[in-house]
Structure formats: C-alpha cells, structure tokens
Design a protein around this ligand. Sequence first.
Ligand code: CS2
Ligand code: MG
Length: 403
Amino acid sequence: MKIEQAYTIVTSPGRNFVTLKVVTDEGVYGIGDATLNGREMAVVAYLEEHVIPALIGRDPQRIEDIWHYLYRGAYWRRGPVTMSAIAAVDLALWDIKAKLAGMPLYQLLGGKSRERVMTYAHCTGKDIDACLEEVKAHVALGYRAVRVQAGIPGIPTIYGVAKREGERYEPADAELPAEHVWSTEKYLNHVPKLFAAVREHFGDDLHVLHDVHHRLTPIEAARLGKAVEPYHLFWLEDCVPAENQEGFRLIRQHTTTPLAVGEVFNSIHDYRELLENQWIDYIRMPLSHGGGITHMRRVADLAGLYHVRTGFHGPTDLSPVCLGAAVHFDTWVPNFGIQEHMPHTEETDAVFPHDYCFEDGHFIVGEAPGHGVDIDEALAKQYPYKRASLPVNRLEDGTLWHW
Ligand code: CS2
Ligand code: MG
C-alpha cells in the first residue's frame, strides 16, 4: 500500500482550520488537523513545501517510521509549526490504520479505560454575577466541571469574553492583533472573590478551573495558588510563562493548588523538567500541536509515572478532527483527567461530520472505524481563509506583556 496523494484544505466556517488529507492507492484515506491559531498558513507552507512531496509513495502503515523521518530526519526539530505538521500526518495515518483494521481508533490504542470522557465548559462574564449566570446555565446542561473567568474592576478588557454581546468568544478576532490591557495587582486582589462566590452558590462538588493565561510571575502565582486553596480548584492553568521551568519549584513550595501547563507546548522535552520534578498535575498539549498520537502517548506515559494526568486543550481553534482523535485518546489513556470543551459553530460541525457525541457533560466516543471525523470538501470551499490574529496584552503603562 502506498500514499498516492496528500493535500491541505483551508476553510473558515467561523474561524480558520487547516486539514491534511492523505489518500492511499487503495482508496482508503485519513485526515489530520494542522490548525495553528493565527499562524495557519505557516503550517500549510511547511506541509506543502517540505512534507507532502516526501510522503508520496511511502507505505502509510509505517506510522512510526514516517514520524521519525519527519522529526529526526528534518534536522530542524520541534517548534509549533513543525510539530503541528507532523501531528497532522500522524493523525491522518492513525485514521487510515484504524480504518484498515475496521476498528475505532481507541481499540487500536488498547481499548476503553472508561465509558465516557468528562469535559469542562467555559463560563465567563463581564463581572462575577454574569459569570455565575454562565455557571448556572452550564450546570443545567449537565457539566460537572467549569472554567470560570470574570472581568476585573478597573481593567477595560476581559480575557475570554466575546467582543460584542451575543457573539461567541474567539481569541483570534481581528485581522491584526487587538491590544488588551492588564494589571496584575487588580487581578490578584479581585480574582479570589470569584471562586468564593462560585463555591457559595454551587457548593463543593462542582469542579472549578481557572486559566491565568501566562500572566503572572512565579511568586505572584504562588500567592494566587495559596489564596485560592480554600476553594479547592480542580486546576490553575498556565499561571506563568513556562520557559523558566525552575519557576514552578517556587510555586510548588507555596501551594497545594493543582497546576495545569502546556497548551502552547509541542514536545515531550518541553515537559521533562516539569514532570520529573513533580511540579505540575495536568498536561495540556493537544494532539494536533504535539506530534499526534505517536508522540502524545509517550508524553502521557511519562506523565503517568509522576501521577500527572491529561487535560487536553480543546478550544474552538482546534478542529473537530483534533477533538475527535482526542476523544479516542481520552477514552483509552489510563491517566486521563479531563477534556476541555468549547463547542464549535454549527457551520464548523457541518464541514466536519463526526461521530463523537456530547451527553450530560461528557463526550462519548464513536464506533466508526478510524477517528470518526471526516471533511465535506465541497462545503469547506464555501468558507475561504480570512487572516485572523490573536491579541497582544499591555500593562497599564504600555509595557508589552504576556497575552
Ligand atoms: C485558552 C485558549 O482554552 C484555553 O485554555 O487558553 O482559548 C487560547 O487562548 C487559544 O486557544 C489561543 O489559540
Ligand atoms: Mg488556556
């Protein structure tokens, strides 16, 4: 069996997605997600110029060899563009292999470890009361876990809230980066009140998560983790930029609040220090940025040695292809924690027909051979690519900060 053809499909049913389709000489095909939010066309160029020509004629069943050919063989290892491109190939090849076996992907990985996959929803408001309304609505939908974010008095922009009322939140919401404002002091003084209010209204059993989006220093993160201990968060996410991994030693010395890290990671090497030192509790790197199934299962196994569980990134900027593959991985992986769920638009779901379903706060994996997600290419063509950028963030005095 040979790879006869491979091509990228760029579509924007509400936001941009890049999909790689790999077609074999026996007619079986697989698809992979190559979307890198705000840098979509960089991955398209990498795939078209450097990866696709080298794939033609190879045996699609040799997933491991192709992975190493693209990783070791590239000389320029790692990085989000390279690893997203490798991930797209890997997801497409696992899709093909599972279709050839006539099995849903989770069966190839080792079968079910659980019946359903717990998810968490985004609950965000311009203030604490508006956020509590969102929590109420999501609890009514069956969610057992919610990520809460609220506006901070005195800060004009709010992380995680749609630009205009009634619209969905999309982080990449402008052709060129929008400018946000940030004040660590105001945030640290206010945010513990949000968790106190959530506990007061919804009791102790609801899982409560929060995303700091890399905006603190280690000692500030330590202060926050300590301050919110009475509200026993499920996790505090990306509390500092993770380039300086020693910073987590400091955070860990001060707080028992569980820490989740890595939605911007792309390799096992990004995690090694954090895992081996037992500085974190959840890994966030998604399949589509972290080299696909082949690489991610190694990261998950390493994490498992240190009691660290998975909590895959699942925003709308990862396509249903990535989400579908993630639901298979989540159903299998022994050290599963939680799966982020930010529902896609109806238009996106129509472009990517899929067989995973959402029920009572959980994803249920499908039984179709492969990862269970397809692409309607004719429909995809109706939504042309539109340049979109993630925002930047400045302190009140104008200093460029971490977004
Ligand atoms: C966020 C994302 O889901 C999350 O935890 O951090 O929405 C993130 O801002 C976007 O995926 C950026 O592409
Ligand atoms: Mg995040």
